[in-house]
Design a protein around this ligand. Sequence first.
Ligand code: ZN
Ligand code: FE
Length: 252
Amino acid sequence: MATLEYFQFPYMSDNYGVLIHSPDTGETASVDCGDAAATLAALKEKQWSLTHIWATHHHADHVAGLAELKQHSNCHVTGPNGIDGVDNNVGDGNSFEFAGVTVETIHTPGHTKDMINYHLPTEKTVFTGDTLFSLGCGRLFEGDANMMWDSLNKLMVLPADTTVYSSHEYTEANAAFAISVDPDNKALQQRVEQIKSLRAQNKPTVPSLLSEELATNPFLRASDALIRQQLQMADSTDAEVFAEIRARKDNF
Ligand code: ZN
Ligand code: FE
């Protein structure tokens, strides 16, 4: 079975890009491409050549470098409808092959309506764009809380040992909020300390494991009894609890 290599690199103020490379075929995919120069520098560092781009959503910090990279490498671009330069439009439940590895696409609207996440089941990796962050979730720019809750549920049912690559280093601020709504969660308390220590050394907190997110990310924990007690929402639906947590984060 083919095994892929992953190279994560920062760009702009707090974005992460990831290159995915197959040593067997020499192919390299870039998840998003907000800054062509940063992607080209990462490719040069690894001595990999770009063959594919997988776009998550239409925001400039994710696709602004697309035209330049496509011109540079003639790469094949997969992404949602509506983004200039996409060769392969994908929606919910589609799949394609990359270097002999199956990539499944999951539509996770909420932050934007077009958001696509990329899941590699045999690799146990998922690329969640601005839907699911370490200890957070994306702001609701185009969708509503019900839509985002449904989207997060599509990610929550993936195998818990899946590695979650998200697109921003927001974790320290997310951690401060998370502990405010879930102060007695021991796993969260420990994770907050780990995050502080990583950030103090300027190390990334991304990727994380889905199992960690399920145990500590308040946006995935709307059904949790302690959080419901904290919010005084014992009788509300999970979607209502999620909406309240999202609203509190917006005002945090
Ligand atoms: Zn975005
Ligand atoms: Fe973004």
